[in-house]
Design a protein around this ligand. Structure first.
Ligand code: NAI
Length: 210
């Protein structure tokens, strides 16, 4: 199976495997069976084997997976060792929180620029980077060639900016705005994050507890 054939639902489970394995590694564990991993993660052992088989199975022998090498193989599938240059647009409440608190580097991203259209924010330091005015976005992208944009701006602002960012070489969006990028642009990687969806899912679950 080529990487392109792997379903998005399998890909979406990989970060969780990576996180669990990282924790087990930090606890000093060396090997784990798919059964033990499945119990810890609330999945079935067969689901785990199926997921891992999409990438060649990671060589489980009778006595389980080597945690260190599984962690590193999943990390390399996720591309966490290849630093992709990213910019963040919108240094408001959300943008500040994301820029200051996310471990971008550990996940394969190097945040190199933060932009906002509000000149009152220009020069403010977030994560060691000065907030830049969006007037400088074009030159900055031409000089530094970021591939990823983190959008912490309102829907209307995102609608206006996304096309320009794609023209400037951005090919992946971590999208906190409510603009539906994927429906409007093709061949662009988009990961939407909607905290309110998660909250409403919780609401449904709470309402339906027996
Ligand atoms: P905020 O008002 O504190 O910050 C928005 C920032 O974006 C401001 O600093 C503003 O100057 C800047 N901005 C607006 N248009 C811009 C443009 N064209 N170029 C560059 N900067 C621009 O708002 P907050 O709380 O940070 O939220 C930002 C957006 O994220 C909101 O529209 C909100 O709907 C959305 N949001 C999404 C969440 C999610 O889970 N996906 C959670 C919270 C907010």
């Amino acid at each position: 199976m080529s990487k392109n054939d792997v379903s998005i639902s399998v890909i979406k489970r990989l970060p969780r495997y990576y996180r669990f394995l990282g924790e087990l590694k930090d606890q000093g564990m060396v090997r784990i069976s798919s059964k033990d991993l499945s119990t810890r993660m609330g999945l079935t052992a067969s689901q785990i084997r199926q997921d891992f088989n999409c990438f060649g199975g990671f060589g489980q022998q009778g006595y389980g997976y080597n945690i260190e090498s599984l962690y590193s193989e999943i990390g390399s599938i996720l591309g966490v060792n290849i630093q992709k240059k990213a910019i963040l647009i919108g240094a408001g409440n959300l943008g500040k929180a994301i820029s200051e608190h996310m471990h971008f580097e550990k996940r394969g991203f190097n945040l190199i620029g933060i932009f906002d259209k509000n000149s009152a924010l220009s020069g403010q330091i977030l994560r060691g980077l000065p907030v830049r005015h969006t007037d400088g976005l074009y030159d900055f992208c031409k000089d530094n060639k970021p591939e990823i944009a983190v959008l912490c701006i309102p829907n209307t602002a995102a609608q206006e900016l996304v096309g320009q960012l794609i023209d400037l070489g951005i090919n992946g969006f971590w999208n906190f705005s409510h603009f539906d990028i994927a429906s409007n642009y093709s061949n662009i990687a988009v990961e939407n994050v909607h905290l309110s969806d998660s909250l409403m899912t919780l609401s449904y679950q709470v309402e339906n507890i027996k």
